[in-house]
Design a protein. Structure first.
Length: 70
């Protein structure tokens, strides 16, 4: 194995947070093109989801570059 077992567990958690961030950012479409949906600019889509995605990527980079102790 390339990494230790605890790194694989952390990797799965980080990828799940990354996926959750993309899921939180999606949606907001309207079936009627004449109606504007204000949910497109909600706190969840504008602030929370991008912060989760950026934090997940930074955690992923840190996890990969972290030196393992023997």
């Amino acid at each position: 194995m390339i990494f230790q077992k605890n790194k694989y567990i952390a990797l799965i958690l980080i990828i799940s947070f990354l996926t959750l961030g993309f899921i939180l950012m999606s949606g907001g479409s309207s079936t009627d093109p004449n109606v504007f949906n204000d949910q497109m600019f909600s706190f969840r889509r504008i602030t929370l989801a991008p912060l989760m995605i950026v934090g997940s990527y930074l955690s992923l980079i840190w996890l990969i570059l972290k030196k393992t102790s023997n």
